[in-house]
Design a protein around this ligand. Structure first.
Ligand code: ACO
Length: 432
């Protein structure tokens, strides 16, 4: 619900005597917003392709200051959460608004553990896909199909249903993600193990086989947990806005999350972590960086420095800083000193940060620049990177959806600036 206006903007239109009064609100932090919702009644719409200046909703969940490089979840800085919390605790925080006490934490962890298995019939759903299908294609389809399996929690107006669905999604997404991987490898699916914690269990489902004992490395489990945590929510980004838009029609949450997964897949969004490794492989050696950067600066080449730039951050992405540190720690602990791709990425980052083209446009590494190198060190195949992002982002999507559905909301229905043909009469085919 909108707060009280702090002041008003007055819109005067050339040649018109009426002044349109627009209330201005100040949130807890961030830029003030001008409320244009009533503008339509005066015969005008606002025009803002790509939502460059538009706040599409109000929210209590996440705050970003892109100029200062600040990211807060429910008020807590991401650096503190990455250092002191863990992914499941952050899921609780995003969903419920406050950090859990010990009892609440134990109960939440237990609930999530008890929901990790997927319906056995859903397992069969996988065999309809080709083995060489992209795991994001499978994930999108399977998560959408969940609404056909969990009928008992689809009433979006029932808060218990919303809670159960949120728990089911957070618990089952890693199981589905690992199944996508196993399916493409032609290996049997591995059931979840509830004696393991969330991220260790994910690695177990990814890498265990029925024929060999698989010991989950605590180092890798910690790194995995941090990757999930750093991706958990990010305000009204493209996929989250997709989830909200789909949700605003009253669609069921599984369908909404599937829509979010589809939006995340694009290389300008969650697909960037996969694209970074493809880019590093293409560059190959340090001696080729100069030529690559030249191509990036040439607008006609269509080449972008993947993992660089962000719509909101015009300063270092705070998640990228934590990710870079995690990357070094993981490679050190794994004994992968001198990883050539990490060296290449560091060199590329240094060159880009000193280059006028990137400085002028305030282009800094984003969360995806280093995450791929860590994921690769953990042994996750490149085509699974965006699936990992989707797994981490699920609590954010479901918390944002739940926040919207829990309050008064309207169907999201943007308008347009129509530039097509004016009204004309139909011409019969033999006269065209
Ligand atoms: N490489 C080269 N140039 C870039 C890059 C880049 N990665 N990003 C932006 N630019 C340039 C643009 O060409 C443009 O230059 P111009 O002003 O001379 O025309 C200027 O910087 C502004 O770029 P826009 O595309 O207008 O910025 P926008 O906010 O719309 O896009 C985006 C942000 C999509 C993230 C963009 O920076 C990009 O494509 N980055 C690479 C892909 C990537 O890493 N995506 C992950 C984002 S983070 C996430 O989703 C987790």
């Amino acid at each position: 619900m909108a707060p009280k206006p702090i002041k008003h903007a007055h819109l005067q239109i050339d040649g018109e005597s009426v002044t349109i009064d627009l209330p201005i609100y100040q949130g807890t932090a961030g830029a003030p917003v001008i409320d244009v919702a009533k503008l339509g009644a005066s015969g005008y719409f606002t025009y803002d392709p790509g939502f460059m200046s538009t706040a599409a909703c109000d929210s209590d969940i996440t705050f970003i200051d892109g100029d200062k490089g600040i990211l807060l979840h429910r008020g807590y800085p991401i650096e503190q959460l990455a250092e002191q919390s863990n992914f499941l605790e952050l899921c609780y925080l995003l969903l419920n608004g406050d950090l859990p006490n010990r009892e609440q934490n134990d109960e939440f962890v237990n609930i999530i553990k008890r929901h990790t298995m997927v319906h056995e019939q859903l397992v069969r759903f996988f065999s309809g896909f080709r083995r060489d299908a992209h795991p994001m294609a499978i994930m999108c389809g399977v998560v959408g199909a969940m609404s056909a399996f969990y009928h008992d929690s689809l009433d979006i107006d029932d808060q218990d249903h919303r809670r159960i669905t949120a728990h089911r999604l957070i618990a089952k997404i890693p199981t589905i993600a690992a199944m996508c991987h196993k399916y493409s490898r032609g290996q049997p699916f591995i059931y979840p193990r509830n004696d393991l914690d969330y991220s260790a269990n994910f690695l177990h489902m990814m890498f265990a086989t029925p024929t060999e004992k698989y010991e989950v490395s605590p180092t890798l489990a910690r790194a995995m947990d941090r990757i999930f945590l750093l991706h958990a929510d990010h305000e009204q980004n493209a996929s989250t806005s997709t989830v909200r838009l789909a949700g605003s029609t009253g669609a069921n949450p599984f369908a909404c999350i599937a829509a979010g997964i589809a939006a995340l897949w694009g290389p300008a969004h969650g697909g960037a972590n996969e694209a970074v490794l493809t880019m590093l492989a293409e560059i190959g050696e340090e001696k080729n960086i100069g030529e690559f950067v030249r191509k990036v600066k040439d607008k006609d080449s269509g080449v972008r420095l993947m993992g660089f730039g962000h719509r909101v951050y015009k300063n270092y992405d705070p998640r990228a800083k934590v990710m870079q540190q995690t990357c070094k720690e993981v490679l050190e602990e794994l004994g992968v000193n001198n990883d050539p791709q990490l060296r290449l990425a560091q060199k590329l980052e240094k060159i880009a940060l000193e280059d006028d083209y990137f400085v002028q446009r305030k282009l800094y590494p984003n969360v995806d620049f280093y995450s791929g190198i860590i994921l690769k060190a953990i042994g996750i195949p490149v085509e699974m990177f965006t699936v990992i992002f989707a797994t981490g982002r699920t609590p954010g999507w479901i918390s944002q959806w739940k926040e919207m559905i829990s309050g008064p909301y309207k169907i999201g229905r943007p308008r347009q600036l129509y530039l097509g043909a004016a009204q004309r009469d139909y011409v019969a085919i033999n006269k065209r």
